[in-house]
Design a protein. Sequence first.
Length: 362
Amino acid sequence: MLNSVEKAKAAAKAPGPRWDVRGWVGLLCLGMLGATACEDDGLMGKKKTYRTDGGDYITRVRGAKGRKKVPVLLGATRPTGGGTVARLLIQSLDKRHTRGRFIRVLYVSDPDKVAKVRQALLSARPAPFRTCEPTWRLDVRYGHNSHTALLNISCQRLQVDGKSLAYDEKVAKILKTYIRLATLHPSHKLLRIRVPVQHDPRPILKALSSRVVEAYLPQNPVRRGPHRQIFYTLIRRAPSDPRKFDQAVTTGRRSAYSRLNAYGYQLKVGRHEVIDVQGPTVVFERFGDRVFESRYAINVLFKQSTPEYMLGFLGLGPHFTVGKVIHPKDYRIDAIFRKETRVNQMRKTLAQIKLKPPLRSY
């Protein structure tokens, strides 16, 4: 009979399951799986992509410094030597220049020049709204920031991201050189691509970015879902004193814009199926000697596949009217080609992206 001491020694010497370092690490990961999601490649630098309610893709980078949001620059060409992604695109909105198969544009990729133009546009002071149609469009991208400016030189209209600004001497001096180059010596060609709404723009932009100088969405968010306009109509007496006409026009327009902005904000906050409200814009304005009549509108964009019964509106005032629901069949992507690219080469580029229904140009 072995005593208790000898039994303990024998049990210690007996063969049994051996645990190495890998086994302990495996148990540790299993224990922490619910809280930290251990992965084979580690936690540092792990990237995950999410989609926001507005349709934008956000990459969350988790590392030693916590989490940060990094918008994805789709379709943008990275600088060969590194640095900031910068681009200034100037195109004419004149019908004589936009009726062809492509549009001749000016494309500037120098970060210093782009930063100077962007600073000039953002530093312009607010100005009264002008009803003249824009004749130039400027698309500015600097890093993760993008801006769209509409310009009419003759009537000094400048609108940046929907805000009316003053086209003063400072802004005019900086833009003068680029407008002249866009008129006399355009450097690239812009092809307008018709994309069926059933195709997600993200993979298309990625596919085009490796074949063209740049591909981008001229309208953001994309109009893939239904949209409809809400109109606000004003009919009022003209002032008896003609010297008060301008003041009466400004007051009426400001009142209509305030009503539409307030209603649009309620829609964006209270209706989850609404992804954006664009406007207000002027539909028409008629100012006679006796009667002032004007109409303004906002455009309400819905998520794709929103049911028909959720497209209605209730609680509108007597000045509001609702337009018809529009179901778009396609949306637009713009692709920038080099100046020497021919039309048949552009078509071959579109044909390389195999989709059904296929991509077509306008």
